[in-house]
Design a protein around this ligand. Structure first.
Ligand SMILES: [Zn+2]
Length: 189
């Protein structure tokens, strides 16, 4: 559900008018509905599925959808929040934190890198370029320590393994045996 362009539709669910975004996809095999942080509703349907079946499905699932919207309305994803002032305020602490953690994990991973930068990104926590430049989201300073550890160790391992292969996860598990658990925690944070 990356591509969020689609038709805006309305439906009455349990007396509430719900606006949702409907997209047709040639690749979708079945109808999928997702509620995003903030409470927006997205549906993706196989191209030839008629709209009335989408509406029927939404009505059948109305209890779940309304619960989920109420749940997520106030919970905006941390990555989606923040303004320039937040970046300016947290960039320095984030940098100090990242450098400290790089120092810690370099006892395990002695990989060479170039530059470390702190950025304001809406969709990612960190990245590692082919030239060995490491970038981190300033919001790392707002995370629980064990998740910040995960992000830094993750990017350090990309200096050696530029993908998410089995080898990459094995390498990350040397420093963080519960890395997959932390990854899930970060996704849900
Ligand atoms: Zn990665």
């Amino acid at each position: 559900m990356r591509n969020l362009s689609g038709q805006s539709k309305k439906i009455d669910l349990g007396g509430q008018e719900i606006v949702y975004c409907l997209r047709s996809s040639a690749r979708a095999k079945c109808l999928r509905v997702a509620i995003k942080p903030g409470g927006e509703v997205f549906a993706v349907k196989p191209r030839f599925l008629p709209d009335f079946l989408v509406e029927r499905f939404l009505r059948q699932k109305s209890g779940w959808i309304l619960d989920k919207i109420a749940d997520l309305k106030n919970k905006k994803n941390l990555l989606a929040r923040g303004c320039r002032a937040d970046f300016l305020r947290h960039a320095k602490p984030a940098r100090d934190l990242v450098l400290r953690k790089i120092g810690k994990f370099s006892q395990t991973y002695q990989f060479d890198f170039n530059r470390v930068s702190i950025r304001d990104q809406k969709t990612r926590w960190g990245s590692c370029s082919r030239r060995g430049n490491l970038s981190f989201n300033y919001r790392i300073a707002l995370l629980p320590d064990r998740l910040a550890d995960y992000i830094v160790a993750h990017e350090l391992c990309h200096l050696k393994e530029m993908n998410h292969s089995r080898r990459f996860w094995d390498l990350l598990a040397v420093a963080l045996p519960d890395c997959k658990l932390r990854r899930r925690e970060l996704k849900n944070y």
